[in-house]
Ligand binder design. Sequence first.
Ligand code: CDP
Length: 216
Amino acid sequence: MADDAAGTKLGDRMTTGFTIAIDGPAAAGKGTISKAVAAHYGFAHLDTGLLYRAVGARVLIGDDPIEAATTLQPTDLDRDDLRTAEVAQSASKVAVIAEVRAALVDFQRAFARRAGGAVLDGRDIGTVICPNAQVKLYVTASAEIRAKRRFLELTAKGQMTTIDEVLADVKARDDRDMNRAEAPLKPAKDALIIDTSDLSIEEALKVALDEIASQT
Ligand code: CDP
């Protein structure tokens, strides 16, 4: 990458910070695309959903959500149960609370500004956290396809569930995430929308990398 034109220009801007914001609903492929984009450019990657999942997990063990968000520790992000469907639902419930979101803003913005470039994925990165990000992508897919992908992920990790249960979870979370008052999930006006319903990972990644190259 370093020796092509886009890479060189991107390299020049890395010292001043270069932010790629990737938003979208559950299991649309934004995590996979974000990791691959970050690896491609050597940027740092933050999965902001993990912050909300960590708060949600603390609430499941009895903590107050605002207290959990304001006292969140790096060790909270190391728990190995953060990827369960139960924690995902709890995350989307705490994510409607304005004070929870406010407590997580500074960390996310500081991460976005780091020298060397950053990719952040979540729900409100292009709209609220980094409205000035140089590149904004909104990765989506039909609810049925997303549920099928998430079902395969969860069962591969040994979690017991059914497609119908996962589809209901995905739809409940979409509804809560898109219709909340604080930072609802929606594409930023200047985001490129990538519908991955009929795309392979390689195809979706190519669309993302072409868009990034066109913005540098
Ligand atoms: O991996 P998946 O897309 O299923 O979910 P996630 O990115 O880990 O996010 C879990 C939940 O956290 C979402 O359903 C949102 O309610 C919330 N979230 C948010 O509100 N804002 C973000 N920037 C990231 C996640």
